[in-house]
Design a binder for this molecule. Structure first.
Ligand code: ATP
Length: 293
């Protein structure tokens, strides 16, 4: 279906997923947003976003029938926001090929939004820096700013304060997504009701990451939201243990979950572990990826 009057050009961008090597919450601001301290890492699993110019219409087509294709989709929100900010004429037809599981702790929606911003920059030939795009990104969601550039970064504030960290050396990453969604909003709400929480030390983890040696930094990896999501879904702990018992050098839940990732120095060990996870009784979808600069 197309209502385009005229298609001028086309740009395709990869929207890569992220994992959290560490995630802590520092507090809650008066406006209700949580102050975070997270180590973000892009992985090579990606959605594909293709943009074409239109005379004015904003259209989204998506191969995932369960995702909204109206203004609730972050792709359209991003296109509308950048058009408004830079007073761009015309509109866009966006095609989204969805591969990143939805509501999985992998920031798929944020990655898509950031990819749309990059695609508009290219399509319109705009002389905008990543920092300029991040100004639009932060109005769209906490992780969108990180997804503009990706790589390895410390993310603070509500996700908009980014400090790039040295790229992680090539590490194999097994993503294990139990096939159910988890609402980020609900996890943060439940977190606010917890007390006596053990927090990971993200500053120490950041220092240890510089070694680029998993055995050095793995003991400091931690995600404070495991305190919430694991009691809700004990499968997550089972998957973490399973990965650790089957060759992973480290494993952790990403974001608010439920996806668990395993880091492997040895890609063969990862492939062996992947096979074993697949033999488990229909619990999950698995993706083998690598960290990506
Ligand atoms: P995060 O780790 O940033 O909390 P997540 O991986 O848990 O994100 P997403 O997959 O980004 O979650 O999506 C969360 C919600 O956003 C879903 O309920 C979905 O309906 C909505 N959404 C809007 N646009 C998109 C999109 N392009 N892709 C995925 N979800 C989208």
């Amino acid at each position: 279906m197309t209502t385009l009057k005229q298609v001028k050009e086309k740009v395709t961008e990869k929207a890569r997923a992220k994992i959290n090597i560490g995630l802590d919450i520092k507090g809650k601001r008066p406006d209700g947003y949580h102050e975070v301290c997270m180590i973000m890492q892009t992985v090579s699993l990606y959605d594909t976003v293709t943009l074409e110019k239109t005379e004015g219409e904003m259209i989204l087509e998506c191969d995932d029938p369960y995702l909204p294709t109206d203004e609730n989709n972050l792709c359209l929100k991003a296109a509308v926001a950048i058009k408004k900010k830079y007073e761009l004429p015309g509109g866009y037809k966006i095609s989204l090929k969805k591969r990143i599981p939805v509501a999985a702790g992998l920031a798929g929606g944020s990655a898509d939004a950031a990819a749309v911003l990059r695609a508009v920059r290219k399509l319109e030939g705009l002389r905008l820096t990543d920092r300029d795009l991040c100004r639009v990104a932060k109005t769209l969601g906490a992780d969108v700013s990180f997804c503009v550039r990706g790589g390895t970064a410390l993310s603070e504030g509500i996700g908009e304060l980014l400090t790039p960290l040295p790229d992680m050396e090539e590490v194999s990453v097994l993503l294990v997504n139990p096939d159910f969604p988890v609402s980020t909003a609900e996890v943060y709400k439940a977190y606010d009701e917890l007390s006596d929480i053990v927090h990971p030390d993200i500053n120490l983890l950041t220092d240890k990451l510089i070694s680029n040696d998993i055995t050095e930094f793995a003991p400091y990896m931690g995600n404070v939201l495991e305190n919430v999501t694991i009691p809700m879904h004990p499968e997550i702990q089972f998957i973490k243990d399973f990965l650790n018992e089957n060759g992973a050098d480290a494993s952790l839940m990403s974001g608010s979950g439920p996806t668990v990732f395993g880091l492997f120095r040895d890609p063969e060990k990862m492939e062996e572990c992947k096979k074993k996870v697949k033999e488990l009784d229909g619990i999950a979808t698995v993706f083998s990826t690598v960290v990506s600069p």
